[in-house]
Write a protein that binds this ligand. Sequence first.
Ligand SMILES: NC(=O)c1ccc[n+]([C@@H]2O[C@H](COP(=O)([O-])OP(=O)(O)OC[C@H]3O[C@@H](n4cnc5c(N)ncnc54)[C@H](O)[C@@H]3O)[C@@H](O)[C@H]2O)c1
Length: 320
Amino acid sequence: MKTVLVTGAAGFIGSNVSQTLLEEGYRVIGVDNFDDTYNPQFKEKQIAPFLNNPNFVLERVDIRDLPALTAVFEAEKPSYVVHLAAKADTRDAVQNPRLYISVNIDGTLNVLELCKEFAVANLIIASSSSVYGNSPNVPWREDENADRPLSPYGATKRAVEHLAHTYHHNFGMNIVCLRYFNVYGENNRPGMVPYMWTEKLLKGEEIEISGDGSRKRDYTYIGDIVRGTILAMEKPLGFEVINLGNHTPASLNELLAVFEKVIGTKAKVKSRPSHGASVEVTYADVSKAKELLGWEPHTSLEDGIIRLVAWFRSNRLEKS
Ligand SMILES: NC(=O)c1ccc[n+]([C@@H]2O[C@H](COP(=O)([O-])OP(=O)(O)OC[C@H]3O[C@@H](n4cnc5c(N)ncnc54)[C@H](O)[C@@H]3O)[C@@H](O)[C@H]2O)c1
């Protein structure tokens, strides 16, 4: 049985990745500090189903705490590391850049150092579509210029990609940086539009739409992201940066139409100004993921929203 250390295991993507890894017969070491970017009780709930699983170990550790993180690597000697722990709010990052640099860059440096020291066979790092900034050359390929992010969050993700490459170059480590695009679904992070709209629409409350609703996002279902992440983990590639996105951007207005159809309600909508760190469109070219990982997104926006709404109804209604 191989051991996978998942950082950020209690979070949105981390809890879904951990669940599938356990189902597929891996031993999972979940590292998370239950950071308060959003309600830590949600994270406790997301991790709860694994706590009785003998193949799961939870370590309440901050990735910036090198001695504590070293002790986890020392005790568990993971074969693979899936590094998802991060501060991940683009707008918040504009106000709190130091915190983002500390967690996302210094924390990742600790992970890189320990993967080197403990000869981890493959390290997967969560990067983001936000590295592409407002580049007009959509769909974005991985070789597109990614040196003009709009938020310090995107800058930290780009810096981490560069740092990771140096560890591959100097120490021969296998590292894949996955640029995730607008992930949504079960255990969704609360600050994201699909979550906020699900909550408001189910409660019959007014939703806010940014600008004229024309901004497009490549909303990608969590199940597809989990599959791509595990495929990358199981296939050491040297060093690669790979997009994981739906390759089918939808505007906010189009997303709203899907929600109205799925929930069977007409939304009350209020317009609000767009944030300066918001890009016009995110749109992944996924041919590299197909070529290197045999991965393609399978889940349509409507099918994914059906699952998100069903999950929200049974897990968050009356509880948030
Ligand atoms: N959700 C998306 O659409 C998306 C898109 C692109 C990239 N990403 C990246 O994917 C990863 C996971 O994102 P998510 O959406 O699941 O976010 P999330 O906030 O739900 O999960 C991140 C987890 O990391 C933990 N964490 C934060 N700081 C930590 C620290 N110092 N030490 C240990 N744990 C810490 C948090 O408690 C949380 O459980 C992040 O790296 C994020 O930047 C997400």
